[in-house]
Design a protein around this ligand. Structure first.
Ligand code: NAI
Length: 457
């Protein structure tokens, strides 16, 4: 039998693409070596959100006095937190299996290898079986970047250094944690461990945390966590890891910090080797697969979606990339609008953003204006906050007054940012946004407030 589509990899890109293909009536085979769900479900998005929810409840109980709540005898049980995380993962894993079953997707649990392609299609070996597919969707994901820092490999081997793949198995809270890399994973884990009593140090080689997020918001987040006791070492390079010691060079000179656990979170890279991709020889550029906005590679019938592309390593990007691949296989013309993909850092407060920042707009030579409002313009924010330094920023094209970017630091930011994505995707002007009716009182109203303030500039 020749399948219409063979999907390699069962993470968000793979299972979503396969489900969609199956629902559309395509004969679909999904090959996954491990459990369905990928990094997102097993060692990324879902475990971290489950842990962070426990940390949030703990922090609320600890900090309730200003709200009239006094809690005594509080304790934090990491074993139970992790057991609950495992339960949540099991529930969602079962959900993925059911979706695939309902879409008539055949799932093979084995490591897949691409053998080549000919006029009949792509040949894939999985376990001891051979399969042929007219189309092949690569959804093999990504692996952590392991920089060549002396002692790092030995630390990973010994288990004193962990990546996101190992950290979620911790059944106790270490006394101290050094996080190498102040990006998304580093910040979410710093948020968790610092909330539950661990001494956290974040070492970041850039002059800011949070990568490409709005610089001012990165500063606010930095201040929030500095006040909560996290020690940030910016402009700092790790030079060696020696057992529990992490040596570094900072603007102040050489130094070292000791930690029970070291978390390495300096980025991820596409997984492109070890499964026979070289047998198809797709076009590559500086080690990256060349893929258009519809997931097409240079090999007809070979598509890619998710982290393996390396363009926007987010589960929701993976979903959309998989959708456009299946649309193309069915003869459609859809493309991913990368300009309207939201990104979230699930710290407390959360950071959410979509579109251009003032910095990225300047790099592109775009003529933009920025409006910034304090979150304290939101009645709900004030009602729920003693203090609070959240902000909302809109980036607007100077000429046609279209919205190009939205950046927030506040609770619920993750839940409201999709609205901003839609506004950007649909090319709404600031006047059109000013006329949208938002529920009151909500945090989301801040976008209307900012639009109205912009209108009066
Ligand atoms: P990242 O790219 O977000 O951050 C890596 C950070 O490490 C950067 O700030 C970089 O400057 C720094 N860095 C690199 N080399 C370093 C070195 N030798 N010493 C010190 N600092 C160094 O990567 P991260 O946090 O590992 O996350 C990986 C991927 O997972 C990202 O693509 C991210 O988008 C995704 N992810 C998304 C989440 C979300 O959407 N909430 C949650 C977790 C991960």
């Amino acid at each position: 039998m020749v399948y219409d589509v063979i999907v390699l990899g069962g993470g968000p890109a793979g299972y979503h693409g396969a489900t969609l293909a199956g629902k559309k009536g395509l004969q679909t085979l999904l090959v996954e070596a491990k459990e369905l769900g990928g990094v997102c479900l097993h060692s990324g998005c879902i475990p971290s959100k489950t842990w962070l929810q426990s940390a949030k409840i703990f922090a609320h109980a600890q900090n309730g006095a200003a709200y009239g709540i006094k809690a005594e005898g509080l304790s934090f049980d990491q074993r139970r937190v992790t057991a609950r995380k495992n339960k949540v993962v099991r529930i969602l894993n079962a959900g993925v299996k059911t979706k695939l079953q309902n879409a008539n997707v055949q799932v093979v649990t084995a490591k897949g290898a691409i053998l080549g392609n000919d006029s009949t299609g792509f040949q894939v070996k999985a376990g001891s079986e051979y399969y042929t597919g007219k189309n092949l969707l690569l959804a093999t994901g990504s692996v952590p970047v392991i920089p060549p820092i002396p002692g790092l490999a030995a630390g990973l081997e010994a288990g004193t250094v962990k990546t996101n793949a190992e950290i979620f198995d911790l059944d106790h809270i270490p006394a101290s944690l050094v996080v190498i890399g102040g990006g998304v994973i580093g910040l979410e884990m710093a948020a968790y461990f610092s909330a539950v009593g661990c001494k956290v140090t974040v070492i970041e080689m850039q002059d800011r945390i949070g990568g490409e997020i709005d610089r001012e918001i990165a500063g606010i987040l930095h201040d929030n966590y500095r006040k909560k006791g996290v020690d940030f070492k910016l402009n700092t390079q790790v030079t060696a890891v020696d057992g529990p010691r992490v040596r570094f060079t900072s603007p102040a000179g050489e130094g070292e910090v000791e930690a029970e656990v070291v978390l390495l979170s300096v980025g991820r890279q596409p997984l492109l080797s070890g499964f026979g991709l070289e047998n198809l020889q797709p076009q590559m550029d500086h080690g990256r697969l060349v893929v258009d906005r519809s997931g097409r590679t240079s090999v007809p019938g070979l598509y890619a979606a998710g982290d393996v592309i390396g363009r926007s390593m987010l589960a929701h990007t993976a979903y959309r990339e998989a959708e456009v691949c299946i649309d193309r296989i069915l003869g459609g013309t859809e493309e991913v609008n990368y300009e309207a993909i939201p990104a979230v850092i699930y710290t407390d407060p959360e950071v959410a953003s979509v579109g251009e920042t003032a910095e990225s707009a300047a790099r592109k030579g775009l003529d933009v204006q920025t409006v910034k409002v304090s979150m304290r313009y939101s009645g709900r924010y004030v009602a729920e906050h003693e203090g609070g330094d959240g902000i909302c920023k809109l980036i607007v094209a100077h000429g046609d007054r279209r919205l190009l970017g939205v950046h927030l630091i506040t609770e619920y930011a993750s839940e409201l940012i999709y609205g901003a994505s839609l506004m950007i995707d649909r090319k709404l002007t600031i006047e059109e946004i000013g006329k949208v009716v938002f529920p009151h009182p909500t945090i989301s109203e801040i976008i209307k407030e900012a639009a109205l303030q912009y209108g009066s500039i």
